[in-house]
Design a protein around this ligand. Sequence first.
Ligand code: CMC
Length: 437
Amino acid sequence: MTDATPSADGQTLTVRDDRTGKEYVLPIVDGTIRASDLGKIRVSDDEPGIASYDPGFTNTASTRSAVTYIDGEKGILEYRGYPIEQLAEKSSFLEVAYLLINGDLPSKEQYDSWVHDITFHTFVHENIKSLMQGFRYDAHPMGMLLSAVGGLSTFYPEARNIHDADTRHLQIVRMIAKMPTLGAWSFRHAQGKPYVYPDNDLSYAENFLAMLFKMSETKYEADPRLVKALEVLFILHADHEQNCSTNAVRSVGSSQVDPYSAVSAGIAALYGPLHGGANEAVLKMLRRIGDVSNVPAFIEGVKAGNERLMGFGHRVYKNYDPRATIIKKATDDVFEVTGVNPLLKIAVELEKIALEDEYFVKRKLYPNVDFYSGLIYEALQFPPEMFTVLFAIPRTAGWLAQWLELVNDPEQKIARPKQIYTGERGLVFPASSERWA
Ligand code: CMC
């Protein structure tokens, strides 16, 4: 029996249900079958159809997307079709943000107006500053950032009107503009230093460095090599298709909530050690190893399953993460200014041993973006708690590009996965007098 319309390119999957003997022909489009077609395979009309079980969405496409392309086997990453290597070398972060959001590179006029708009939205309401000042002296900056971004939604109630293109655009500009301000203030807070207001004469990355490190000088001047390194790091982190935090933004955004709330969900997801928090974990790991001579014993511990080699492995990349290659090169540029981080030696030795070891080779475990980024951040004098903040600032461009795509996608619905229920059914509630007797 044919139970679904064949695909435009004629490819199909024939499934035989051994319970009923029926055959179903499911269209294959872009290498996928529709989960709703599986739902048509059922024993009887009053029973639910077949569903797929996929914890962690390891083999489930949740959207069509034209933002970012990854070929994990070959180690390819492209934003809107442009290879990451070329963007890192030739572009600026704000140009990449424009590309991600708008789908195309800007003309000179579009670029100037984009940079102008972002620059003149960097200030935040004074009450957001008070909100941030209300945190404890030792608050994790990522917790502060996620609260502040969620809080912004209350300052821009019109952001709820997600069906209006101009309103959406304004929130996108505001969020990309204000992230460095909020990120820098979360950093200053922990140090008990006064928050520094944005300086609209500076570029995006320079302004961020000024808000982080400026003291009594009238004008903060960052080393151009460090500014360039930060731009590159921002470009590398700007998007990464349907990762955990992007999926969080899309999932929360599918309820049609405002984009500040959706992005704060992304920040929360990025906070976790298996996602954005991995570079902090890498540094802790390197410090614990302590010396190159301890690397072999550490690797044995990983292979015995006692712990993971942080900064290695990726759900998608089964080859060297292309971002790791670029970051490894950027470490040289940064260390030229700051002096070499002594942990680098341990990292290089770990990488060397792991890349030759059967355990890692067999599982296709290679260094990911987080393996070297922590070393650079530390050399730039960021404490580990700031690493995820440094990730969240550029990723906001990607989250918003993905959110925009979601809002404009007529196929998208509120995210609502199925479950396989494993609990009890129909129990009789015993009175407390019986239970506690
Ligand atoms: N060290 C040792 N073994 C590992 C590692 C690792 N870092 N990563 C995976 N494995 C092993 C794992 O034990 C499993 O082995 P086995 O088949 O014998 O059970 C196999 O490799 C597959 O691992 P998995 O956990 O099923 O793979 P996953 O796709 O679910 O996990 C990952 C991906 C990134 C969570 C994982 O590789 C990991 O925990 N890495 C360390 C944390 C890390 O560096 N995270 C940053 C990711 S990149 C930044 C980002 O995009 O957010």
